[in-house]
Design a protein around this ligand. Structure first.
Ligand code: T4K
Length: 370
């Protein structure tokens, strides 16, 4: 029934099928399906231009891009990171045999707290891997200063940011490398997909080699690379998506504004505001529930929404540091990450995507208020 169709936390934007078919026809004719094809090359150029970055290397997904970014910088030992993210952030360290060291988050932005980074640095620390959570930029200046002082690399997990700028400069221009995700659930999707943004040609070349088994020519392999190439169907989707991205982000902005208007002033419910001088992409709309003031726990609200066919998601619950793989680490011990431990019990991300109707946003808000 139309009146009670499920509303999921997100839904991918899909362009008109005919537009995609035009690209598919070309792929069928050329029989060039992958390995740095025409659309792959076009998309790298188009994304550099759209995002305002110098070099980009496309990947089959964001997780392999994260793993490869660490390989490229030859990161070893310990890496300081946030427990408040999708598990792929820390898994990329684990797959590289690197020890994650969790540092708490700021209550205002939910990003890694720069004030707490220095205390976590040891002689084994080689890098910091912060996440621009929900697309809200980290304190990039403070993180740069700390990294420069201690000689650390910075790899940003920028999976939630697309087109985000600080003072008109892409957030992807900070750090040694930034890693993007173009998964179906993201603001900009290529079904699955990802990318590494870097700042010089030599690095771009090495990353391109690493994602192609380490080949530099037909017969020479210079590194134990992996297969993480984006294929032509994904790249074609990426090219079409770019035509719609501004309109899609604008719609997300309007949805965010409507949520804020409808939910403001509810006792025990808070949401994040826009940050000064930042152009946002509105990838998620998280709310935080204080059970004492709101009169219900986060989980009670989450279940109540589900009864009404509204499927918010508890991104990010549990914390990465609470998963079995990581909970034995020193930095993961209960009480060591007090802000993240509190927020993970309070958060629900409400539905947001470009095809979400304003009527559905009102329905979600009504359900929260009732
Ligand atoms: N770093 C960060 C900070 C990340 O958030 C992520 C991914 C990564 C790294 C890794 O990047 P990738 O390797 O994924 O490129 C989803 C996504 O799978 C994941 O990409 C994303 N973060 C994470 C936050 O969310 P799930 O398990 O919650 O997704 P799922 O399948 O439950 O989908 C959520 C909702 O989206 C569904 O209820 C309905 C809708 N949906 C989903 C898919 C896949 C659709 O309508 N169509 C679809 O095709 O992880």
């Amino acid at each position: 029934m139309q009146t009670n169709k499920p509303i999921f936390v997100t839904q991918p934007f899909l362009p008109p099928l005919e537009e995609f078919q035009e690209y598919l026809k070309q792929i069928w004719e050329s029989k060039w399906l992958t390995n740095n094809g025409k659309f792959h090359q076009e998309l790298e150029k188009a994304l550099c231009e759209y995002l305002g970055v110098k070099y980009i290397s496309l990947f089959s997904n964001g997780t392999l891009a994260l793993i490869t970014a660490l390989q490229e910088l030859r990161i070893t030992g310990e890496v300081i990171t946030t427990p408040y993210s999708f598990v792929a952030t820390t898994h990329s360290l684990w797959w590289n045999n690197i020890k994650p060291v969790f540092v708490d988050i700021e209550p205002e932005t939910l990003n890694i707290d720069p004030d707490k980074i220095e205390a976590a640095i040891t002689p084994n620390t080689t890098a910091i891997m912060p996440v621009h959570v929900y697309g809200n930029p980290c304190n990039v200046q403070r993180i740069k200063k700390i990294a420069d002082t201690y000689g650390l690399k910075v790899i940003y997990d920028a999976a939630h940011t697309f087109g985000v700028t600080i003072n008109n400069n892409s957030v992807l221009n900070f750090g040694d490398l930034s890693v993007m995700s173009f998964h179906a659930t993201k603001v900009y999707n290529t079904f699955e997909g990802g990318a590494i943004v870097c700042h010089d040609e030599a690095t771009k070349k090495r990353i391109d080699n690493l994602k192609n088994f380490g080949f530099i020519n037909e017969t020479t392999v210079v590194a134990p690379g992996i297969n993480a190439k984006m294929n032509e169907v994904q790249a074609a989707m990426g090219l079409i998506q770019l035509k719609y991205i501004d309109a899609n982000i604008e719609k997300r902005k309007q949805i965010t504004e409507l949520y804020r208007e409808k939910l403001i002033g509810i006792n025990g419910l808070v949401f994040l505001d826009d940050m000064p001088n930042v152009k946002h992409c509105y990838s998620y709309f998280p709310i935080l529930i204080d059970k004492d003031k709101f009169g219900k726990t986060r989980d009670e609200l989450y279940e109540k929404l589900k009864e009404k066919n509204i499927f918010g998601r508890r991104y990010f619950y549990p914390l990465i540091s609470q998963f079995p793989t990581y909970k034995g680490l020193d930095s993961a011990q209960p009480g060591k990450l007090p802000v993240a431990e509190k927020i993970t019990e309070q958060v629900i991300c409400l539905p947001i995507y470009s095809n979400l109707s304003f009527g559905d946003v009102e329905k979600v808000c009504k359900c929260i208020k009732s």
